[in-house]
Design a protein. Structure first.
Length: 645
């Protein structure tokens, strides 16, 4: 086999015979196959945290993880099965050695002097890398956090809330005024507002909550230098109407939040207890504590009291004198106010119920209700006030319960600041108040913050398991714990580049950024594995030529072969990284819906890929050389991987 490879790379040699070519291909496939297999396992294992995400984040990122996994599996199968077959067809005639490739020669001329300098000043290089690692850790601590980067849907949802006892006519008037003010902003192309709820049991919106969908023009038609936040702030300033609390969100994310957490804003504080009045009092205290927190916008206490009710209490003594029953009075009230169902009409396949009710002009006030006629057998027509007490009373406009307990909610959005630091500051302010709450009353955080805590808990639980799995794969690949650890050291330095780029782009830490770092994790391990395998291959040639003893191998020989192992396979290493970068870099300039999610995934991947390849090319050979020097000095020989001849 050694003679065949020598013949293969001699320029003046005769073309290889068919049997010789097939023997070389078979030998190479056996050597490459395990590397492809273990590399695929490492990358797939690195995506385990993404597979274990649940909820909204799981539905969003599971397709990415499955796509990556299936591509790797198919790629590994083709690399082992189809590629050798294609090589057997096309690898014919005289072949030039790799050092005759002009790209390879140029890359080696640039890389070899740099690597030689790094090996000569290896302590300095390691100190610089450690300093960069510490700087990256400091930057990481300064980054904000959020559940998911805000996805620009291209439209806005304005959700103001007014007093619970607002009338239909007043809600209609407010809706018209708000729509007119919103339409006055040049970037708004269409406004559609509605008050109240649809005729369905699944929509519990009260008449006091207005929903207005605002469609915006394309960004190319906006005023110069204006952003979406500027538009929201301008609209919010125009819509400062007394008695109305504004709320801003987007149509799709609002529905997702309400379905998943029951909260229509970014963050909600649920207050649980046994008494509605106490819950409302505690909710208002929380609101007062948070109203001056930076980043807290649209702060609002969901009304628990303030609803207006008409109480009609039957006078039992009076109805006895008039010969009436309670049912007689209730029937009058039902037909006058609620509407009595008379019949159902049939028109083709449609059915329409027919109800009777007193006209609105005769029931607009309490005095009108008191004058409602009631028929008696002996005394003719009497007034409703003769047999019932009619008065207005206050009560809850809507009773909310969760987990068999009454619930109140304090709602707010977060703008001009990251979600994580905003919620942490609010928690610090509320800690003392929470400790003094009455027995049986407690709070619970919900909304986007609830999702963020759940996602972070999942990632923290699974990441140590993933690291252990990858370490075991590396151990079985190298048959050496030291080299497995040396490869794993690559990961923090790969993350440094990602942290630097995320910091300078001003991106908050989120599940999307975490997915980017997870993808980077597998890529960095894969690149480091490639370098360590080639360095061990160089050690094999060193042992074959010089022997494996301290007397036959000097530190100079060791450095020469480390440089050879790192430089002679430079092109495939750079090709591995370049393919990833060529696919990722265009996303930095992507625009439109969806780019908000792709950018936080791509930025750490690009920065980490660049830093990992620098570390692998310059620092991994240093660490490898120091390990082999230690083995040579302490044990008198070099430990190398076993390769089948």
């Amino acid at each position: 086999m050694k003679n065949l490879f020598a013949k293969l790379f001699r320029r003046d040699s005769d073309p290889l015979a068919g049997e010789e070519r097939m023997e070389i291909i078979s030998y190479s496939s056996k050597q490459v196959g395990p590397g492809v297999f273990f590399s695929t396992i490492v990358v797939i294992a690195s995506f385990l945290p993404v597979f274990l995400l649940t909820g909204m984040e799981g539905k969003l990122f599971h397709p990415l993880a499955w796509t990556k996994t299936f591509i790797l599996l198919v790629d590994a199968f083709l690399a082992i099965s189809l590629t050798p077959v294609l090589i057997s067809f096309f690898l014919k005639g005289r072949l030039k050695p790799e050092d005759q490739n002009p790209i390879t020669r140029t890359l080696e001329k640039i890389y070899t002097p740099i690597l030689t300098w790094c090996l000569h000043w290896r302590k300095t290089v390691i100190v610089i890398n450690v300093a960069l690692l510490l700087a990256g850790g400091f930057m990481l601590s300064r980054l904000g956090s959020e559940f998911m980067p805000p996805l620009d849907e291209g439209s806005l949802l304005f959700m103001p809330v007014t007093l619970p006892d607002v009338s239909n006519s007043e809600a209609k008037r407010l809706l018209q005024i708000q729509d007119k003010l919103i339409k006055s902003v040049p970037e708004v192309v269409h406004v559609l507002g509605k008050a109240g709820r649809a005729s369905t049991a699944t929509d519990n919106s009260p008449i006091s909550m207005i929903e207005t969908i605002i469609l915006l023009k394309p960004k190319a038609e906006w005023r110069k230098g204006i952003t979406k936040n500027d538009i929201i702030n301008e609209l919010n300033a125009k819509l400062q109407i007394p008695g109305v609390t504004n709320g801003w969100t987007q149509p799709i994310i609002n529905r997702i939040n309400m379905l998943s957490t029951g909260i229509r804003t970014d963050v909600g504080i649920k207050v649980y207890g046994q008494n509605i009045d106490s819950i409302y009092y505690l909710s208002n205290r929380i609101k007062e504590s948070l109203k001056d927190v930076e980043g807290v916008k649209d702060l609002y206490v969901e009304p628990i009291v303030g609803g207006k009710y008409i109480d009609i209490n039957v006078k039992k003594e009076a109805i006895g004198r008039y010969g009436l029953t309670v049912d007689d009075v209730n029937m009058v009230v039902e037909s006058a106010l609620g509407g009595m169902s008379l019949t159902t009409t049939v028109e083709g396949r449609q059915r329409f119920s027919v109800n009777a009710r007193v006209a609105q002009a005769y029931r607009e006030s309490l005095e009108d209700l008191k004058r409602l006629p009631v028929q008696t057998m002996q005394f003719g027509t009497i007034l409703l006030s003769d047999v019932a007490d009619i008065r207005l009373s206050e009560g809850p406009p809507m009773i909310n319960s969760e987990n068999a307990m009454l619930r109140g909610t304090v709602l707010f959005n977060v703008r001009d600041r990251d979600l994580g630091s905003t919620v942490e500051e609010t928690q610090e302010r509320l800690n003392r108040m929470i400790s003094q709450m009455p027995k049986g009353y407690f709070i619970e955080w919900s909304g986007q913050w609830e999702n963020q805590i759940h996602a972070n808990r999942t990632l923290k639980l699974i990441m140590p398991i993933v690291i252990f799995i990858i370490f075991m794969v590396l151990y079985y690949t190298y048959k050496s714990a030291k080299e497995a650890v040396a490869t794993m050291i690559t990961v923090p330095f790969a993350l440094v580049g990602g942290v630097f780029m995320v910091f300078f782009y001003g991106i908050n830490l989120s599940v999307a950024v975490a997915v980017g770092f997870i993808a980077l994790f597998g890529m960095a391990i894969e690149t480091a594995m490639l370098m360590v395998i080639y360095l061990n291959e160089a050690m094999q040639y060193l042992v074959l030529e010089k022997g494996n003893s301290r007397k036959s191998i000097t530190n100079k020989d060791l450095r020469e072969y480390v440089i050879r192992g790192a430089a002679k396979r430079l092109r495939p290493k750079l090709m591995t990284v370049s393919v990833s970068l060529f696919g990722l870099v265009p996303i930095l300039w992507a625009t439109g819906v969806g780019s908000d999610i792709m950018l936080p995934i791509t930025v750490p991947l690009i920065g980490g890929t660049i830093s990992s390849v620098i570390y692998v090319l310059l620092v991994t050979p240093i660490v490898f050389e120091m390990m082999k020097e230690y083995e040579l000095n302490k044990k008198g020989k070099i430990e190398i991987l076993d390769v089948k001849e």
